[in-house]
Design a protein around this ligand. Structure first.
Ligand SMILES: C[S@@+](CC[C@H](N)C(=O)[O-])C[C@H]1O[C@@H](n2cnc3c(N)ncnc32)[C@H](O)[C@@H]1O
Length: 287
């Protein structure tokens, strides 16, 4: 299996402006922010970054830290768009802005593989930008996330996009339990996307641990696909895991379905010099 690099290109409302010396400068609509970025070991293109806020990590860097924001940055967030989808960006305590721009490469790829009435499953769906990207192209989407707050944000994003009437099932549930239940119900999907965190909790305190849970979850996803299905997209971030490893897992579990599997690194294009800043790894199956 060979490795691919999927690079998300900048768009009107988002761009990685510059990066270097362990930090990155990004634009989110009319605001610019600086965030820590350990992978940007190179020197930045410019020594003069102007931003509306910066996330300063805690000194022990256990993931903690806090935003230092100018007064003009709205606490409740502000609307952004990606193609025909609208969503609310917001500076969250987890240092990101309530959506993941590197996923745009997958949103486009999946949109090329669905048609009116396709059934899609989005596990660990967060604030629903991926679900809306599919629903906008006519897919019926089942969106699952353990966090009621994220699911509410997803519904609010649907309203913002003028898509409240689209056939999206918004479910607060444990992703692994839900997938197992769907297997027992003999449900089938045309496409599945899953973006599992390293650790997580289901709504009833179910424990999600990536290394332990992923093989069983991919096996269940394979059972939710059949000879008419088109894709599965798995993304993994913030763990020490190789893209080849998740590529091999997906190939093994989905092998009986035919089709092809690819895997590799995800990255975001830097506008200053065109270099690619890595963000996550992926494996995806298609037919
Ligand atoms: C980083 S987010 C996914 C991002 C999303 N795919 C996107 O691009 O916007 C990970 C999500 O997993 C959810 N989560 C964590 N543990 C879970 C579990 N056991 N079952 C379902 N969702 C879970 C979290 O609530 C969070 O919304």
């Amino acid at each position: 299996m060979t490795l691919d690099t999927l690079i998300a290109e900048p768009w009107a409302d988002y761009g990685l402006v510059d990066s270097g010396h362990g930090r990155k400068l990004e634009r989110y609509g009319r605001f610019r922010f600086i965030r820590p970025e350990p992978q940007a070991m190179w020197a930045p293109a410019s020594g003069d970054w102007k931003a509306d806020g910066e996330f300063i990590p805690a000194s022990d860097d256990d993931g903690g830290g806090r935003w230092h924001l100018d007064r003009n940055v709205p606490e409740e967030g502000w609307p952004l768009g990606w193609e025909d989808v609208k969503f609310q960006a917001q500076c969250t305590p987890f240092r990101h802005l309530a959506f993941f721009p590197d996923m745009a490469s997958h949103w486009s790829w999946m949109r090329d593989r669905i048609s009116e009435g396709s059934e899609a499953l989005n596990l660990f769906g967060y604030t629903g930008v991926g679900s809306l990207a599919l629903a906008a192209k006519g897919a019926k989407v089942t969106h699952v996330d353990a966090s009621k707050k994220s699911v509410e944000a997803g519904k609010a994003n649907a309203a913002l996009s003028g898509m409240s009437d689209k056939p999206i099932r918004w479910l607060v549930d444990d992703a692994a339990k839900f997938a197992a239940r769907e297997v027992r119900r003999e449900r089938r999907y045309d496409g599945i996307m899953l973006d599992p965190p390293k650790y997580g909790r289901g709504p009833n305190r179910e424990i999600w641990h990536l290394e332990e849970g992923l093989p069983g979850l991919i096996a269940d996803c394979a059972k939710l696909l059949d000879d008419k299905s088109r894709f599965l997209v798995l993304t993994v971030y913030a763990v020490r895991m190789s893209a080849l490893a998740i590529g091999e897992l997906v190939r093994q579990q989905l092998g009986d379905l035919g089709g092809t599997v690819s895997c590799g690194e995800m990255a975001v294009r830097e506008e200053a010099r065109g270099l690619a800043l890595p963000t996550a790894i992926f494996a995806r199956w298609e037919r």
